[in-house]
Design a protein around this ligand. Structure first.
Ligand code: CS2
Ligand code: MN
Length: 357
């Protein structure tokens, strides 16, 4: 495995490459061209400049999160072929720059959904949280307003004001899209991009839908083992793989995370590890510290399963708590993600040494 941290780029992230390097635990970053809109080509010179910046800081690019997929591709509208051509061009340029892992998602309208970005815990840290009650009581536009006001002056990908200004139109676009249609459109997209992935050995890693159920009546498909196997089997190519995000699959307590990891062996190209604490059944959870005993998941069993399947891709601590007075993008402060990286490296070392004994 490679321990990594997400980095949004100079001018967008409150965390610097130097700080990431100084953690010592983290050697690689997961990054992106922040200003690219879905459907735009990632030019080779832009990718190479980003790569140079990361390498000059003593780190390397372990993968991209995310090359976002346009709504035309997700809904299968007539412009999708143009957007797919641009996507292929971007993958080609990433391949030429020797980058071989790309995370993306196929969620309609919203990327992840949380109802609070700064729920205060008893110890004064704040965390992202979700309650179904709050979702049921709010309409999507109001939800955007409350999330946008909570981003500590940053803009979180997927929640850009321009995008949310047209949230009604977006809902309109998806009105005839059900799960079956979404699967079909995903298949069409994957079949189109597999040749360039084969040529440059690029592992595509779809991020699960978060939370793992339908919100605001929109379909969600990447939510459990059965659906992921369906997605893999419909385009049977090892480059068609997944991001195993424990904080997203884990929102559904029906998902047995270590069991899923073992079942998806060979197709997990990226792992997001974080812990959740459930307060009131499935409908109310918050993002806890990574430590198993602070939340609901057995992080040791998760790391053990990844080790057992021979996982050698990037892992990143996913969201962290906001602590020690840090002001950063919610979930993406330095301090708690650094603690998470240290903890996960510790678990990995222990599992590895025990296994080799
Ligand atoms: C991330 C997602 O911050 C997060 O929750 O895991 O936003 C993820 O980057 C995207 O869904 C992947 O396209
Ligand atoms: Mn994730």
């Amino acid at each position: 495995m490679q321990m990594t941290m997400r980095w949004y780029g100079t001018g967008h992230d409150t965390v610097t490459l130097e700080q990431i390097r100084q953690t010592a635990y983290v050697k690689g970053v997961i990054t992106m061209l922040y200003d690219k809109m879905p459907g735009e080509v990632w030019e080779l010179d832009e990718i190479l400049a980003l790569k140079k910046e990361v390498e000059d800081a003593g780190l390397y690019i372990a993968g991209i999160e995310s090359v976002n997929v346009s709504d035309a591709i997700k809904t299968g509208s007539p412009e999708r072929d143009k957007d797919i051509d641009a996507y292929i061009k971007s993958l080609e340029n990433l391949g030429k720059a020797d980058i071989h892992m790309v995370c993306y998602n196929f969620m309609p309208v919203f990327d992840w959904t949380r109802t609070e970005l700064a729920r205060k815990r008893a110890d004064g840290t704040t965390v992202l949280a979700y309650t179904q009650k709050a979702v049921d009581a709010i309409n999507p536009e109001d939800m955007f307003g409350s999330i946008a006001g909570d981003m500590n002056g940053t803009v979180m990908p997927g929640w850009e004001p321009e995008r949310m200004a047209k949230v009604k139109e977006l809902f309109e676009l998806y009105k005839d899209i059900d799960s079956e249609k979404l699967f079909e459109n995903l298949k069409y997209f994957l079949e189109a991009i597999m040749p360039v992935c084969d040529k440059y050995d690029i592992n595509m890693a779809i991020h699960p839908d978060d939370p793992a159920w339908s919100v605001f009546g929109l379909p969600r498909i990447i939510i459990n083992k059965e659906n992921v196997l369906r997605m893999m089997n419909m385009v049977p190519n090892k480059h068609n793989g997944i991001t195993f995000c424990t904080g997203s699959y884990g929102t559904s307590l029906k998902n047995n995370l270590p069991d899923m990891i073992r079942a998806l062996k060979g197709r997990i190209h990226f792992a997001h590890l974080r812990n959740l604490k459930f307060n009131d059944g499935e409908a109310d959870f918050e993002e806890s510290a990574h430590l198993s005993s602070d939340g609901t998941f057995d992080m040791h069993a998760i790391v053990r399963a990844l080790y057992d399947i021979g996982f050698d891709g990037p892992i990143r601590p996913d969201h962290g708590r906001m602590m020690w007075g840090e002001v950063a993008m919610p979930g993406y402060g330095l301090y708690d993600r650094a603690l998470g990286a240290a903890y996960l490296c510790g678990l990995w070392e222990a599992v590895e040494k025990e296994a080799k004994r």
